[in-house]
Ligand binder design. Structure first.
Ligand code: ADP
Length: 267
């Protein structure tokens, strides 16, 4: 799609002419369509739990009014739906804040060694509850320039996803391997699971907002569909790279490469 701007040109002694400027609108239209899709998706995602809440409120005011057992059960579901909406609104706000600051480079030195160890400590119970073991291999003194909270979010999201989606289908024991290594210039964080893996057609789309391979599974696990979009934006803001290697039946490896700061060995 092109937009044409036409200006008449008259110069004495010459035949009348015109200047035509063409502006490529393809990109502008693509961005506009993405924005419209995003608003439609976000509204739909909020509308679903809202509709369910309204249904339960009406039931509680009507048929279930004098049934203490049903009341207890419905209130439990309403609580879950409300928490889901709160998570969604929090994720939408985080994404919009990160996007607004995409051009700003956070540059406080962050000790990734400590951060990865801390995140793993907090997630071990969640992994064990799901029957997964967490194998952790963290290099010492890995420092990156960045924003600690945002980087914590990246690490947390990737390990949580491995716990949520990385359970092997068969009888194999579920294992998640978290590693942090460093080269002279880079810090490389990776999370590997031996779960069902991801088909190639899904991989490039996983970081799109609200894209899920299996919407039912994501919802059941409390997902908002925004986790990897947030991860991608944070990594970009930190001048890093996110890669996803996976194939059906082969598990998945999510890897984040960030610039590293040299640590003086004497220090
Ligand atoms: P959410 O988990 O809230 O659905 P995410 O953006 O974090 O959203 O992830 C998008 C989708 O990517 C998930 O719904 C799931 O289908 C897929 N996914 C993420 N991590 C893994 C993994 N380790 N193994 C298999 N699929 C995964």
């Amino acid at each position: 799609w092109f937009e044409a701007l036409i200006a008449p040109l008259r110069v004495e002694g010459y035949a009348p002419a015109a200047v035509i400027a063409l502006r490529d609108l393809t990109e502008a239209r693509r961005v506009e369509r993405m924005r419209a899709d995003f608003v439609a998706n976000a509204s739909h995602e909020l509308r679903t739990p809202l509709a369910s809440l309204l249904g339960f409120v009406e039931t509680l005011q009507g048929p279930a009014r004098d049934d203490p057992k049903a009341r207890e059960r419905f209130l439990g579901i309403m609580r879950e739906q409300t928490q889901r909406m709160a998570r969604l609104v929090d994720d939408l706000l985080s994404l919009s804040r990160i996007e607004q600051h995409l051009h700003l480079r956070p540059d406080t030195p962050v000790d990734l060694t400590m951060l990865v160890a801390h995140i793993c400590d907090t997630l071990v119970p969640m992994a064990e509850d799901t029957g997964l073991s967490l194998e952790i291999d963290i290099a010492p003194n890995v420092i990156t320039p960045g924003d600690r909270d945002e980087l914590a979010r990246v690490l947390e999201n990737l390990v949580e996803n491995a716990i949520k989606y990385g359970r092997p289908d068969g009888g194999e024991p579920g294992k998640i391997r978290v590693t942090l290594v460093t080269t002279a210039r880079e810090a490389i964080f990776s999370v590997q699971d031996n779960g069902p893996g991801i088909a190639p057609e899904h991989i490039p789309r996983l970081t799109e907002r609200f894209y899920r391979v299996d919407v039912g599974k994501s919802r059941a696990k409390g997902g908002t569909g925004l986790g990897l979009a947030i991860v991608k934006h944070i990594v970009l803001r930190h001048r890093g790279k996110l890669t996803i290697d996976s194939a059906p039946g082969m598990g998945a490896v999510f890897r984040v490469v960030l610039p590293s700061l040299r640590v003086d060995a004497e220090a």
